[in-house]
Design a binder for this molecule. Structure first.
Ligand code: URP
Ligand code: ZN
Ligand code: ZN
Length: 488
């Protein structure tokens, strides 16, 4: 007679780390969910010994770009298969990439298109943020339906000609989201300043990748962050500023929060680990590998970002994975390596390295606790984007998305990664940790050496509303205009 088991899998002797606690226990898994947490659990069909190892929730990468169409010949190197395979091998079990509206089209068209791209391809669970590029009245009217259908976050750009919204358009979107819920995500950079500086630099013959950073100084981000915060204050609704890079934008967010405004913020590995120097010298195309927006900053901004990670200014630590190959015509050098910086596609790969970099540099480097690590990489992203408590924590009833950590000292090489990009900006860096195992809904998808997941294993998740206060804590809110606008 075959023995019967209480659990499909038991992770035994784990050092469980959540956003709030660290403790020793076993985790019993049934049908992809956590059924029991305790000591001395009965045997599972499979027992995994995690003695001496930290176990965290699977990462939630709330900012990544997969198979997002670009202007030809440029192409993202990762689709939903290679991008999510890479995510799993780096400990991420849920991704929230973007479905981008093509101007003049409707949002449902974008959603249908991205479902086609992801379905049967994704190896980890996924949802979509919507990029709004054309919030005309019928699009705004459609937002409540889409929010109810689980598309509860919207990225709004203040820069890039094909994507940017006017302040008035941003106010329109914020006003709808205030009424119906959801999370507006804002890319804050001043488009006119960038365009003006780019023209000046080109006129002076300064076109190498390094001048990408010169065209986007700290104030470009600071001014736009201040403006985005003001727009949110006027409407009295929360916003989340994505990929915050510079100390001056950090100051703006700090001031806003000190006033009781619900301003949330995200940052990424590149803003604590890369500097402007990584964009190279005048003669070098190689710096194109680190061209992203906002650009990498300096050590003093790194310190401001680390401080914000440690003290709760930042809620979310994402990859902003946006991978383009360094070689070939469809990547960083459309038309060849003499490419002017304005034509280098913005973005760098990082979906697989996000968690190990923060674990290594942050937790093992003594800058943040393991609980803060979990909060930033899983719990808060899940809460901000309506995935909690199914995702982002280790709790009875939650999906059994888990990472068992290995203290492993090694030199990072792109050959070890599982994305389809021909480089990593962190090549040669020494890391002290990597996932020994990743489980997606109870199934091992990475065992520390080999990817064992498969295309189509990832499920689409219709998301709920963010678990955050919607009304600011300010004593006075500028709502007089609402009263004045009420039609009697
Ligand atoms: O350079 C970046 N960040 N590329 C990705 C697109 C975006 O704005 O997040
Ligand atoms: Zn952006
Ligand atoms: Zn992005």
């Amino acid at each position: 007679m075959s023995p019967s088991f209480d659990y499909d899998t038991v992770i035994r002797n784990a050092i469980i780390a959540t956003a709030s606690d660290t403790y020793h226990a076993d985790i019993g898994i049934v049908a992809g969910r956590i059924k029991q947490i305790g000591t001395g659990l009965a045997r599972g069909r499979r027992d995994i010994d995690a003695a001496g190892r930290v176990v965290t929730p699977g990462g939630v990468d709330a900012h990544c770009h997969l198979d997002q169409p670009m202007a030809p010949p440029v192409k993202l190197s990762d689709d939903f298969f290679s991008g999510t395979r890479s995510a799993a091998c780096g400990g991420t079990t849920t991704v929230v990439p973007f479905a981008a509206q093509v101007r003049s089209e409707n949002l449902q068209t974008a959603i249908d298109d991205y479902h086609r791209r992801a379905s049967g391809r994704a190896c980890v669970d996924y949802a979509f943020h919507l990029i709004l590029t054309d919030p005309r009245p019928e699009i705004l009217q459609d937002l409540p339906r889409l929010i109810a259908a689980g598309y509860t976050s919207f990225k709004l750009y203040m820069t890039y000609d094909a994507l940017k919204l006017t302040d008035g358009q941003i106010l329109d979107v914020l006003d709808v989201v205030r009424t119906h819920g959801g999370m507006p995500m804002i890319h804050a950079e001043n488009a006119d300043c960038i365009a003006w500086l780019t023209r000046k630099l080109e006129a002076a013959g300064r076109t190498a990748p390094r001048y990408h950073a010169t065209s986007r100084p700290l104030l470009v981000e600071r001014e736009a962050a201040h403006r985005a915060i003001s727009l949110a204050e006027l409407v009295d609704t929360p916003i989340l500023l994505v990929h915050v890079s510079g100390s001056e934008a950090v100051d703006q967010i700090r001031q806003a929060r000190a006033q009781g405004l619900n301003i949330y913020a995200e940052t990424c590995p590149q803003y604590i680990l890369l500097t402007e120097a990584d964009l190279g010298t005048d003669a070098s195309y190689f710096g194109a590998r680190c061209v992203c927006s906002p650009p990498p900053r300096d050590k003093s901004s790194h310190e401001a970002i680390w401080q914000g990670l440690a003290d709760g200014l930042f809620s979310v630590f994402s990859s902003d994975h946006s991978p383009f190959n360094l070689t070939g015509d469809d990547g960083k050098a459309p038309g060849g390596e003499e490419v002017r910086f304005r034509h280098i596609p913005n973005g760098i790969p990082g979906i697989e390295t996000r968690l190990p970099l923060l674990y290594s540099e942050g937790v093992l480097g003594g800058r943040i606790s393991v609980n803060k690590f979990v909060e930033l990489t899983a719990t808060h992203p899940a809460r901000m984007y309506g995935l909690y408590p199914r995702k982002g924590t280790i709790a009875i009833g939650s999906d059994a998305d888990l990472v068992i950590w290995d203290a492993r000292n090694f030199c990072l090489s792109n050959d070890d990664l599982h994305h389809a990009c021909d480089y990593t900006p962190y090549e040669g860096m020494t890391l002290n940790a990597w996932p020994a195992m990743t489980l997606l809904r109870g199934e091992v998808v990475w065992d520390g050496k080999t990817f064992s997941g498969h295309a189509g294993a990832g499920q689409f998740i219709a998301r709920g509303l963010p678990s955050i206060p919607r009304v600011s804590a300010r004593a006075e809110t500028p709502t007089d205009w609402r009263t004045a606008c009420q039609v009697s």
